[in-house]
Design a protein around this ligand. Structure first.
Ligand code: MCN
Length: 796
């Protein structure tokens, strides 16, 4: 990285540059999938199962086919007749606990059986969306309703209805990590054991833009163009062409244009994407579908939904000896694309947290139920791990009478690199620095006075800590492979320097709210010594970008940005050769700094722009030694994850009469390594904290345990956090640069949602502890808090 200059302070690495992309968003010039209009476009509506589990004995199409505007109606049988394959599953783990994971088929449209409320049963295509919707209501589906199971605990009972014949006990896999015998031995020596039963509540992602697809077929070229609100278009294309539609990959162009948020829920190949692509050829008409919000509730992959028993063994001084965790993870009705990796390698590997726990053993049952498939949602496995660890640590401190900060400091990892007992090796960190910073910023010293003052007002005030760590930058191929994954997840960057010195960057990362068009431009501008207005970032189009693994797991800067840095290395190396020719020097004597190539130790130099021009307009150019052009591509596969971490401190006030919890202060001091744009990073943290508070206090996706009906199918009964539910956040950073990527950067996109839920719940318990409450499940709704107070026999 070059040292800052005045110019770079304005736009380079470390500058809080306003987002370049906001001009188009704020002026209504963004182009989302639903904005795509094609000649002769038709509209699709999906008829979805109203039952959680039902045999489909027949589908009468006649009345619907006769309805105005109807172009075609397709069912699972039609797709099967055309040899359309099932949606791919089990992308990451092939073999669990020595047994092959159960991978039941996931048809694009249900074939014979519907397995969750919302399972698509038929696709109606019409001239307008309302015509398609009206016709869908005329379809006569003969359902035989069968018993359903929605809760993992029920699904694991013997005699529970089986979701798939190939998994009669509903277990998709049992997976374990760690040394069980060593853990059992350590527990036998423990002076104290803390045990908690924890539920990590199921969440619905709810990006602002619902999922959308717009597919067209070009008969002359026998090719497809598919616009889709998606976070990783190349992987979508690979899965769709190779597994589902058996099409030549190069005949399908996937464009993920402006996307209004994803939070992990748009990284999968969904049934609707494949169905529309297939139907575009079948009807020879473009087909479009945009999910209604209530459809999104019952068809977007959900998040979390763990039932866990966790134990922590400690010595008499509060040092951690061992941790033992059993988790039943609800996978829903089908195995979604990344669902096997989320509750396993993205979860159990993080159970060491920030602590020197010598022995850890985790066992995970992945369980089918008659519910929407569960997959990645902001944090994906890591919020669940942080919740287990930080709830256990806080409960242990309370039980042993040790101060909440002190028990953490007593057990913090302080020497790096540090090999945890659950596979990961943390490269760097300074956990005490983040905790110190957070305690200062949160004014922990003033808390007793604030608690007393609240008491005078009849309120119970509590403070909660969470010192979390996560693994970002998915996924080093060597580590992913060692953990049983089918593939590592590198990234691609291409730098095209134009003849006049401006630069177009093609990245496999996808920005859907994270501001890559600004931060990636900052990285390139800083390195080449040019203004960020000279740099354009192109992403989200398989027709323009060479390849890409997409955006999730807070990987874009550390992996995608590093691929760009690697391509810039090549640009610089070639630029030196061209400069050496222009300056009549040896290329080994050329230095590049501040946008100039200079002969070392002299004042002889040429600016970057002149080198770019020479590359394309060669004059007296050594063509025999050097190709024209200045265009380089690089693939970057990280050698390790990055390990962002930090300390979150939450302060709440509880009204003991109503159970209402108010978050009165939320402080986050995080370590994201080197920061490219502090303003964007602060925005990422703010959004994550709001989602974490949402999970802790408000959001809960509820199914009826017997019928499998989705009880929270709209915003009327699923509570999203609003501005009035969150305080003004206090955010700061401590920096230990990542040791293994060229930017020294760690991910920041999920941290807020990972660290904050346990901080909020620990604060609620701290507030209620004087009344005898020791545990409460998320979301800590007024009803639950009120009941907990009554059950504990507490009276404020
Ligand atoms: N950044 C930085 N310095 C760092 C780290 C990051 O300046 N040390 C910048 C990056 O350059 C980028 C942004 O912060 O502009 C986020 O970077 P990163 O942490 O690499 O995360 P990704 O870009 O890979 O984004 C993914 C992450 C995830 S996994 C979810 S889920 C999530 C999130 O981003 N979904 C989001 N933030 C979101 N924000 C919006 N608005 N919408 C979503 O759907």
């Amino acid at each position: 990285m070059n040292a800052p200059t005045d110019m770079k302070l304005a736009t380079g690495i470390g500058a809080p540059v306003l987002r370049k992309e906001d001009y188009r968003f704020l002026t209504g010039s963004g182009r989302y999938t639903d904005d795509v209009r094609m000649d002769h476009q038709t509209y699709a509506c999906f008829l979805r199962s109203p039952h959680a589990h039902a045999r489909i004995k027949g589908i009468g199409k006649d009345a619907a086919l006769a309805a105005p505007g109807v172009v075609a109606i397709y069912t699972g049988d039609d797709l099967a007749a055309d040899k359309v394959g099932g949606l791919p599953c089990g992308w990451l783990i092939t073999d669990v606990h020595g047994q092959p994971m159960k991978e039941p088929p996931h048809p694009v449209l249900a074939q014979g059986v519907a397995r969750h409320v919302g399972d698509p049963v038929a696709m109606v295509i019409a001239e307008s969306y309302l015509q398609a919707k009206d016709a869908a209501e005329l379809l006569e589906v003969d359902y035989e309703v069968m018993p359903a199971v929605a809760d993992v605990r029920d699904a694991l009972q013997s005699g529970a209805p089986a979701v798939h014949d190939i998994a009669p006990d509903n277990r998709c896999y049992t997976w374990s990590l760690g040394d069980k015998a060593a853990v059992d031995a350590a527990f036998a020596q423990a002076a104290h054991v803390t045990k908690l039963d924890l539920i990590n509540n199921r969440l619905v992602p709810n990006a602002i833009e619902p999922r959308a697809v717009s597919a067209s077929y070009n008969r002359a070229e026998d090719s497809y163009t598919v616009y889709v609100a998606n976070q990783n278009p190349h992987v979508e294309r690979l899965l769709m062409t190779a597994f589902v539609l058996s099409l030549p990959e190069h005949k399908v162009r996937i464009i993920a244009p402006d996307v209004g948020g994803g939070f992990g829920s748009k990284i999968f190949l969904y049934a609707e994407d494949a169905a529309l692509t297939w139907a575009a050829r079948k009807t020879n008409r473009p087909v479009k579908w945009t999910a209604e919000r209530s459809e999104a509730f019952m068809s977007d992959a959900h998040g979390r939904d763990h039932v866990t028993t966790a134990e922590l063994a400690l010595d008499k001084d509060g040092h951690f000896l061992a941790m033992r965790v059993h988790t039943a993870a609800n996978l829903g009705a089908y195995l979604s694309t990344f669902a096997s990796s989320v509750p396993t390698i993205l979860y159990a590997t993080l159970l060491a947290g920030q602590y020197k726990t010598p022995h850890i053993y985790a066992e995970v049952d992945g369980v089918f139920t008659h519910t929407v498939p569960v997959d990645a949602y902001r944090g994906a496995g890591r919020p669940e791990a942080a919740y287990v660890v930080e709830r256990l640590v806080s409960a242990a401190a309370r039980e042993m009478g040790i101060d909440q900060a002190e028990i953490r400091r007593r057990n913090f990892i302080t020497n790096f690199p540090y090999q945890t007992p659950v596979a990961l090796q943390y490269d760097v960190g300074d956990f005490n620095a983040c905790l110190d910073g957070a305690m200062d910023l949160a004014d922990v010293a003033g808390f007793p006075a604030r608690r007393e003052e609240a008491k005078q007002r009849g309120k119970l005030r509590g403070i909660g800590y969470s010192t979390y760590i996560e693994a970002c930058g998915l996924a080093p191929s060597n580590i992913a492979g060692a953990l049983g994954a089918r593939a590592g997840l590198y990234e691609v960057g291409e730098i095209r320097v134009n003849p006049t010195g401006s630069v177009t960057v093609f990245t496999g990362s996808h920005s859907h709210g994270q501001g890559h068009e600004t931060t990636f431009a900052q990285v390139v501008a800083d390195r080449l010594g040019i203004g960020i207005d000279q740099v354009d970032i192109v992403h989200g189009d398989t027709g323009r970008v060479p390849f890409g693994m997409g955006t999730y797991g807070s990987r874009s800067l550390s992996v995608g940005g590093s691929a760009i840095m690697k391509a810039l290395d090549k640009i610089e190396a070639k630029g030196k050769k061209i400069a050496a020719h222009l300056l009549e020097a040896a290329d080994t004597d050329i230095e590049f700094k501040d946008g100039k190539f200079t002969v070392a130790g002299t004042d002889k130099s040429v600016p970057f722009g002149q080198v770019a021009f020479t590359a394309y307009v060669p004059h007296n150019y050594p063509l025999e030694k050097l190709e024209p052009g200045l265009n380089e591509t690089a693939f970057y596969d990280p050698t390790n994850f990055t390990y962002p971490g930090g300390a979150h401190i939450c302060e709440v006030e509880v009204d003991p009469d109503t159970g209402q919890v108010e978050v009165v202060a939320m402080t986050a001091v995080d370590d994201f390594g080197n920061i490219i744009n502090p303003m964007i990073v602060a925005g990422q943290v703010h959004g994550g904290l709001a989602q974490g508070i949402g999970q802790a206090l408000l959001e809960n996706c509820v199914y009826d345990r017997e019928s499998g009906q989705l009880l929270t199918g709209s915003f009327m009964d699923y509570a999203m956090p609003r501005a009035s539910d969150v305080p003004s956040f206090k955010v700061d950073h401590r920096i230990t640069p990542c040791t293994h990527n060229p930017l020294g950067a760690k991910g920041c996109g999920e941290a807020g949602a990972i660290g904050s839920p346990p901080a909020v719940i620990n604060a609620v318990i701290d507030a209620l502890a004087p009344l005898g409450v020791t545990h409460i499940d998320m979301p800590a709704s007024p009803q639950r808090v009120w009941q907990a107070i009554r059950q504990a026999g507490g009276n404020a």
